[in-house]
Design a protein around this ligand. Structure first.
Ligand SMILES: C[S@@+](CC[C@H](N)C(=O)[O-])C[C@H]1O[C@@H](n2cnc3c(N)ncnc32)[C@H](O)[C@@H]1O
Length: 296
């Protein structure tokens, strides 16, 4: 798979600055206990109701499926997922956020039966439908959680234990006043950086250039991640449902890879996002996007 920075002079790898001088953060050590030092995302920003909110309101779900879990309500489900994701288990742990109908999951689990696939989805009907779809595909290496990944990940997964996190075609939240609801922001990127093994990746795909650019700016604001635009926009991965739709209709997509740097402490930098704009024309004309990314 060919990787290339989106612009030779402006590759987003600010995190390399002083990398050698920085000690690894204690909470990025493999095997660190879940929930402990990992950052959490402010509950007000949770889409679909935070786990604390759902718990407080006593909702009960009778989730149907073979490998489906409701960690917000069922402590035994949370415990089962913790065991599944534990660093001493065999096989690389991969996480998908927003698996919807499970199209990518089925492709991935089939290609990588050795991997432990842990998926998060906030909509119950998708969890149940995806589970049935994956069951028909014989994907026994899956676990599907009904909850907001941003809130659940620190509770369920140890720091430095995840090989890949896939955020495929996250909801774009077009309006600028809704932008704060986007999955990818620097706080989520920092959480991902804490969770990833050295060399592990957070992979983001989208068909919204504004989101891709904005996400690049947010990912680049986290020391400890090295961000690349991928020239192979499939990233060599099975397509998600939305990606398949884009391919069939000839629409462009973008892919970003944020790689966890070894031995670099995770830190959110106080930098403004250079691509925090709703002005598509400005985005199209901006360096380095104009040089490398096709504008649709
Ligand atoms: C635009 S859809 C993309 C679905 C699929 N990944 C694809 O590429 O076809 C986004 C999905 O993410 C889910 N989602 C949004 N925020 C989430 C979160 N914080 N945790 C888990 N799932 C989330 C939504 O319910 C929705 O199914």
């Amino acid at each position: 798979m060919a990787l290339r920075p989106f612009h030779p002079e402006t590759r987003i790898d600010r995190d390399r600055r002083g990398a050698d001088a920085l000690p690894a953060s204690a909470d990025s050590a493999p095997g660190a206990s879940p929930g402990g030092a990992l950052p959490t995302v402010a509950p007000t920003r949770i889409v679909g109701g935070s786990m604390a909110h759902r718990r407080a309101h006593g909702q009960i779900t009778d989730l149907r499926g073979v490998h489906v879990y409701d960690p917000a309500f069922r402590p035994q489900d949370a415990e089962a997922l913790r065991r599944f994701a534990a660093p001493d288990q065999r096989g690389p742990l991969v996480v998908e956020i927003g698996f919807q109908l499970g199209r990518f999951a089925r492709g991935y689990c089939t290609l990588h039966p050795e991997a432990r696939y842990l998926g998060f989805e906030i909509r119950r009907k998708f969890v149940e439908q995806a589970d049935a779809f994956l069951e028909r595909g014989g994907c026994t290496n899956r676990r599907l959680a009904l909850c907001d990944a941003r809130e659940a990940l620190p509770e369920l997964v140890s720091a430095g234990s995840v090989h890949a996190i896939y955020a495929l075609f996250p909801d774009p939240w077009w309006k600028s006043r809704h932008r704060k609801r986007r999955l990818i922001d620097r706080e989520f990127a920092a959480l991902a950086a804490h969770l990833l093994v050295p060399g592990g990746e957070l992979l983001v795909k989208t068909d919204v250039l504004g989101y891709a650019a904005w996400a690049a700016g947010e990912l680049a604001a986290v020391r400890g991640l090295e961000v690349h635009w991928l020239s192979d926009r499939t990233a060599g991965l099975p397509p998600s449902r939305r990606e398949r739709g884009c391919i069939e209709r000839g629409l462009p997509t973008w892919a970003l890879r944020a790689r966890r740097l070894d031995g670099v402490a995770v830190e959110i930098l106080p930098e403004t996002n250079p691509f925090d704009t709703a002005d598509d024309a400005a985005l199209a004309a901006s360096e380095p996007l104009a040089g490398d990314v096709r504008w649709r």
